[in-house]
Design a protein around this ligand. Structure first.
Ligand SMILES: NC(=O)c1ccc[n+]([C@@H]2O[C@H](COP(=O)([O-])OP(=O)(O)OC[C@H]3O[C@@H](n4cnc5c(N)ncnc54)[C@H](OP(=O)(O)O)[C@@H]3O)[C@@H](O)[C@H]2O)c1
Length: 318
């Protein structure tokens, strides 16, 4: 099968076309014919090898060479230990925490327990857009921040992949939302429900004098002192990604000296996808799709995601 491989940290232009054998699933795995994948900050960060934490499993050279973790497709074979998924089932899931992916290829063998069933009301394109970004949003809002009705929340990086789900979940939970992102994404954030929007190139949200009950950070662009200035006395902060030194700082010292600053460790949780899918079925949450590319334009799709101009989700159809 034809796949796209990463051999060095660098740029999209460093990716190479290769022919690989079709994978065989292990006993706990399923073989999926990929129908669509979505692109996330984690893909473009791994291509570049930045932030530094993307090099955890390959300091100088990537050890995982076929990327693409956010996947949907149809099951073609199941391992002998797999009981809840059958051949012919449509599934969706994110493998960023497992083998890091393999979806930049037409077939992938992956751990069955990372996948939820794709409901019929979702197209493959919509289903591809949900797993990683949706799980980050659910686990940050519900589990880490425990957002309550009537609270205020600021979402930093709200116009990107996870942010577009996070805005909608925060609204459903009864919060007042301030979204921070670039100028081009102000309207999108409003359309998804944010009452207030800030352009981070114009306004430093830690210097406006506003204080929030909760902050979800998708870029980690500010230090502890500034963040605590933007939190109410009982406010709490969680970051998901961004600069490695900030993540380490928050993980090691975030509980010291003021309001708690924590780091979300994403969990593989197909149940969270079932939950989010049910909200989508009811019309309470929508998938903010930006662009859909054919597989032949995977590199163009990555360049678009990497160029930071995407508004919501970028999907590649196989
Ligand atoms: N903790 C975990 O277990 C875990 C698991 C998976 C992924 N992650 C991480 O989750 C993070 C979020 O990913 P994502 O997929 O949502 O990223 P994304 O799609 O790239 O979105 C990030 C958004 O932030 C905006 N932005 C850039 N610089 C900013 C700044 N200084 N202030 C405010 N907004 C800014 C970008 O817009 P513009 O460029 O247009 O400005 C973009 O809209 C990634 O860093 C990824 O590594 C963590």
């Amino acid at each position: 099968m034809q796949a796209i491989q990463q051999r060095v940290y660098g740029d999209v232009s460093d990716l190479v076309d290769v022919t690989l054998p079709k994978p065989t699933p292990k006993p706990t795995q399923i073989l999926i014919q990929v129908k669509a994948i979505s692109l996330n900050g984690s893909d473009t960060e791994t291509i570049q090898g930045k932030p530094f934490y993307t090099r955890i499993i390959g300091l100088r050279r990537p050890r995982k060479t076929v990327l693409g973790s956010d996947i949907t497709g149809v099951v073609e074979a199941v391992g002998s230990d797999v009981t809840h998924i059958n051949v012919g089932d449509a599934v969706m899931g994110d493998l960023v925490l497992r083998n890091g992916g393999n979806g930049f290829a037409p077939y992938i063998a992956a751990d069955a327990d990372a996948f939820a069933h794709k409901p019929e009301y979702l197209s493959f394109i919509e289903a591809a857009a949900i797993p990683q970004a949706g799980a980050i949003a659910v686990q940050a809002m519900r589990d880490a921040l425990k957002l309550q009705p009537g609270e205020t929340i600021l979402i930093n990086g709200a116009g990107g992949s996870a942010g577009t789900f996070a805005i909608q979940l925060a609204k459903l939970m009864g919060a007042t939302v301030t979204g921070v992102d670039s100028a081009a994404k102000q309207q999108l954030m409003r359309d998804l429900g944010a009452e207030y929007v800030l352009d981070y190139r114009e306004t430093d949200f830690t210097k406006t004098g506003e204080r929030y009950d909760a902050i979800l950070d998708l870029v980690s662009s500010r230090g502890p002192r500034a963040l605590r200035r933007a939190l109410t006395e009982k406010g709490r902060y969680v970051t998901v990604g961004g600069q490695t030194r900030r993540i380490l700082q928050f993980a090691l010292f975030g509980k010291l000296g003021g309001q708690p600053l924590s780091v979300l460790a994403l969990q593989v949780a197909p149940k969270d996808l079932d939950y989010l899918n049910s909200l989508i079925e009811k019309g309470d949450v929508t998938v903010a799709l930006d662009r859909v590319y054919p597989r032949s334009q995977l590199r163009e799709a990555l360049e678009y995601q990497l160029g930071w101009n995407h508004q919501g989700r970028v999907v590649v159809e196989f």
